[in-house]
Design a protein around this ligand. Structure first.
Ligand SMILES: [Cu+2]
Length: 133
């Protein structure tokens, strides 16, 4: 019952981004691969996902499988879409690790994705996630 309660909490309070397990697997799935660039001296705006922080555009009603490949990374990283939206790849990925977070895009809008490891956003790890109607 605790697990069901937690799922219900997530569904009710996360503003449109839901845990995949609460939904049918027949929904469209979009797989996104990101690789942190962190091999430069960490100064303002020198780091990023895929080097260029690509804008990720996803149609509402899609399940996203976000794969963060830190295989060749030099630092710890994660992936977050705006605090309060409930998308957070956990645990943080150490160098050599790959991780996945899946979520349902339930509402249209423009959001910011970023790395929540201290200083990484300031060093450039942020981009735009657009959910299109
Ligand atoms: Cu990072």
């Amino acid at each position: 019952m605790l697990a069901i309660g937690v799922v219900m909490f997530v569904v009710i309070f996360l503003g449109g981004f839901y845990a995949q397990s609460a939904f049918s697997e027949s929904l469209p799935l979009k797989v996104i691969h990101l690789t942190p660039r962190d091999n430069t001296v960490p100064t303002i705006q020198q780091w990023g996902y895929n080097g260029t922080n690509p804008t990720i555009e996803i149609k509402v009603g899609t399940i996203v499988r976000l794969v963060l490949d830190n295989t060749n990374g030099l630092a710890v990283h994660d992936f977050v879409i705006e605090e309060g939206m409930g998308v957070h790849l956990v645990p943080d990925l150490f160098p050599g690790q790959t991780g996945t977070v899946e979520f349902f895009v339930g509402v249209p809008g423009e959001f910011t994705y970023f790395c929540s490891v201290p200083n990484h956003l300031e060093w450039g790890m942020e981009g735009t996630f657009t959910a299109v109607p």
